[in-house]
Write a protein that binds this ligand. Structure first.
Ligand SMILES: Cc1ncc(COP(=O)(O)O)c(C=O)c1O
Length: 411
């Protein structure tokens, strides 16, 4: 069937000249297949979310069993047991002291909005009208209107009402000079007006940039002195992707709220916004006045819950965090040595299987991605950075193939 190619309005693309993309109709493991039979090595795991690859039989079985039991039920009308089981399992596996209360949504953006609303209402419940949200320049935290409040990428928010201005503060990330001293000054000046700081322990779209040792821990301590909540955005880096379940905790930090998405559902939609005991306590009371005012039709989407339960158990039982750390180091080292000398590549970095290849220009980045695709390798891009985040079970042979194809794609 030849449908109108403009019927589907593709995200983040110029609809007048849509980028020519392959038509992908099937996936298996780390491979996806075009309708003409072409096989591609998928180095971005769908949208960095298929942690066990495409068509994983065990994951599909877990979801299918739930699908036949009950696809959906309204979580304000009855308990299914599954949402409660997922929340308890996530808390148990995270094992981060105090981080014990899970709110479920579908997308990462919704999870971030939920965290922002929690922070705003937390302060309001205490009689404080804190409005400002501070986050790192260049950070991406989602593209719904609320999440854009924290996102600091002009391309996503410039020109839109409500999402910019004095209440949405962008602070340079540590690698651009925004160290703890900068934060200390900001918090001393404006701390009483700031509701929350949103930060990625490893910045995804900004280019797989890990926060320097001690930064996140110090930021949480500083924020606490000023009564400001810290929201760790682990939509991308959490649940094994950077080699730990909770990257903020792995970096020794104690955020008040953590948001997990992408790998949590292994390709199915589920997002968890996990709040600390003290945030949760701020909503308890005798009347609905203090109750958290948020919820969605798909809060606790049961297929996502079944997927997440499977993912969490398997990550722990099969030590996927350890496997990701080892595979990530080997892949990064191989990429560094293969790409050294390329005029189009400035640096390779990242943590676990969340890698970024910074190119010398936007054009070079697009060219590397296009050449890779022509040779059967799918990578992502953001700005000048080629993003590489394959599924966790990448074999050494697939890793070598990925490196060879990228080396051939970068001139
Ligand atoms: C760090 C981070 N936060 C939030 C989001 C938004 O998630 P979603 O696209 O599921 O709305 C993304 C998406 O890439 C992300 O990388």
């Amino acid at each position: 069937m030849h449908s109108d190619p403009r019927a589907f309005w593709r995200p983040f693309d110029q609809a007048a000249h849509p980028a020519p993309l392959p038509r992908i109709t099937r996936g298996s493991g780390l491979s996806v297949f075009g309708d003409d039979g072409t096989e591609y090595l998928d180095a971005i795991s769908g949208s960095y979310n298929h942690c066990f690859g495409h068509g994983d039989a065990q994951l599909l079985d877990a979801v299918q069993r739930q699908m036949h039991r009950l696809v959906h039920f309204c979580s304000v009308t009855g308990d299914t047991g599954l949402t409660e089981e997922l929340a308890a399992t996530l808390v148990e596996h995270l094992a981060v002291p105090g981080l014990r209360h899970v709110f479920l949504t579908l997308s990462g953006s919704e999870g971030i909005e939920t965290a922002l609303k929690m922070a705003w209402q937390f302060h309001r419940n205490r009689g404080a009208a804190r409005q400002k949200i501070a986050s790192l320049a260049d950070a991406y935290h989602g593209c719904t209107m609320g999440a854009l409040y924290a996102t600091q990428r002009g391309f996503c928010k410039d020109g839109l009402p409500f999402v910019s201005g004095d209440d949405s503060l962008a602070v340079p990330p540590p690698h651009q000079g925004g160290d703890l001293e900068v934060w200390r000054e900001l918090l001393e000046r404006q701390g009483e007006a700031i509701a929350a700081i949103v930060v990625e322990p490893v910045m995804g779209l900004a280019g797989a940039i890990e926060q320097p040792p001690g930064f996140l821990r110090g930021l949480c301590a500083l924020a606490r002195q000023h009564g400001v909540l810290v929201i760790a955005d682990e939509v991308f880096c959490g649940i094994g992707r950077a080699g730990s379940l909770c990257e903020a905790a792995a970096q020794g930090a104690e955020p008040d709220i953590v948001v997990f998405s992408k790998c949590l559902g292994g390709g199915f939609s589920i997002t968890a916004t996990v709040a600390s005991d003290s945030v949760f306590a701020g909503f308890l009371g005798d009347s609905m006045d203090r109750a958290f005012r948020s919820g969605h039709t798909q809060t606790g989407n049961l297929l996502g819950c079944a997927a997440a339960l499977h993912v969490l158990r398997r990550i722990r039982d099969e030590d996927w965090c350890g496997q990701v750390r080892r595979a990530g180091v080997a892949l990064r080292e191989a990429l560094e040595s293969a790409l050294t000398g390329s005029a189009e590549v400035a640096t390779v970095r990242g943590k676990g299987l969340m890698l970024g290849i910074e190119c010398t220009s936007f054009d070079a980045c697009g060219a590397v991605q296009a050449r890779a695709r022509a040779q059967g390798l799918l990578v992502g891009t953001a700005g000048k950075v080629v993003k590489v985040a394959p599924a966790f079970p990448i074999s050494s042979q697939q890793s070598a193939q990925l490196v060879e194809l990228l080396a051939r794609s970068a001139r």
